[in-house]
Design a protein around this ligand. Sequence first.
Ligand SMILES: [Zn+2]
Length: 546
Amino acid sequence: MSTDSLPQTARPLARPRIGSITLAIVGALYLIAFTNRTFWSRGLAYFDSRLALAAFGLGLTCLFCALTVTLSVKYVLKPLFVFLFFSAAAGSWFMDGFGTIIDVDMIRNAAQTTTSEAGHLVTPAFLLHMAIFGLVPSLLVCWVRIEHRRFYSKLRWNLLTISLLLLVALACGISAARSVAAVTRLHKDMMLTLNPILPIGNAVAFALASEADKNIVARPLGTDAHVAARTPSGKPRVLVIVTGETARAENFSLGGYGRQTNPELSQLDITYFSDTSSCGTATAVSVPCMFSNLTRGGYSHRAGLASENLLDVFGHAGIRTEWWDNNTGSKGVANRTVYKSFSDANDPRYCKDHECLDEGMVAQLDDWLAGVKGDSVLVVHQLGSHGPAYYQRYPAEFAHFTPECRTAELGNCSQEDIVNAYDNTLLYTDHILASIINALKAHQDRVVPAMIYMSDHGESLGEHGLYLHGAPYIVAPSQQTHVPFVLWQGSEMKALADQDCLSLRASKPASHDDLFHTALGLMAIQTSVYEPKLDVLAGCRRGAAS
Ligand SMILES: [Zn+2]
């Protein structure tokens, strides 16, 4: 019986048939063409010769097609493409929309992010983007019937196709070699945006490295540490280290920003270090680096894990240390000390869905100070200016700069509104820092206090088309690496250093490298791991050679 005799409605919708090589090539072309806007736009900007860019693009496309043809095996091709389409869709959302580069550090940062923080990134626009660029092509690939040749025939055809593709890639590579070498050396960011190859490769590298990291044991550091001298009054020293979040120096009025973002700190007797650079551009790099003695040049994730840190050195000297966290954890720094999470506690007075205003920590400072018996160091890890939901970082009375961007979807706001919301977060941090200083001042009858505030990294607010942070350091703009650094000393601590000398020092370059040694210096710790040249106060201490 011919199908013509069946009623029209009963005819099944025919699934199109497509050869495995054709599908492998079409899928690869889709990924190269539709999920690599950032990569191609950087190519257009960086290559002087359009011809060289075309040869480079063709060569890369052939290489990618050769890879997918190699993997065009039964039961592999469909799941492979579904995986590639969703990975590429996510990659292109962050790269094209935020200028994010998805390297190993960025993946580590994402893996250590709390669910509430990640939740801000899953917006309706993100889901729509994932549906268009991930779900639709995946459904199409699942729908078609793939025709695979018999084994030997498939082997022959695949080898022939792969050889041809590699030959074209080779010819392209040779013809554009000089331009490609120049561009990739000058603009290291371009290849880092190749989607989805680089993000997937970096995710694999991250997974392998985290497995190996599990066996690393921290080597003891500064076990000879001891307090060299008591304070003149005999009262215990108290140092509060505020590790800020995402505050950039460019928007601090203490550093010359046109808007008043530091109304409270500017009324207090503080020292502002105007030229301070961060160790990394993301929390997961900067925070462990700041508390290590490795310096930016010597720091790596693994080297950081393999050694104890500043808090351990204080511990060896018999100083009580404690870490208060309103962020995504201490990144291993507080592994061996008292740790208190404010976001886990979720106090309804300050928190909503485990995201808390930094005030929650300040509210407990008075009681903590009242309980101080000996030399103590407290780290306060703020949530500060963490984006993209800047408007949720401060209470309504700090919404001074308006109109503010009141969504995590930065694409829906003008740059002015984004900056307004961001500047409000800085106003609030200014208030938090001033409140901490005032609490310390109020306890000066019992303790000898000091406070160090350093932001962990800065933030891009649309400059050069970049948003948020986490750019590879080598290409990171100053907005992400120039950070505020504030020092406040109580009256007794202050008398120990020449303040004119300190003001001069504050105008010179400083960095996260200085935190470790400056903190040891303030607490009068003597140890073989202390380096005076990285202590911003060392040259200004009374009695010190200048
Ligand atoms: Zn951070």
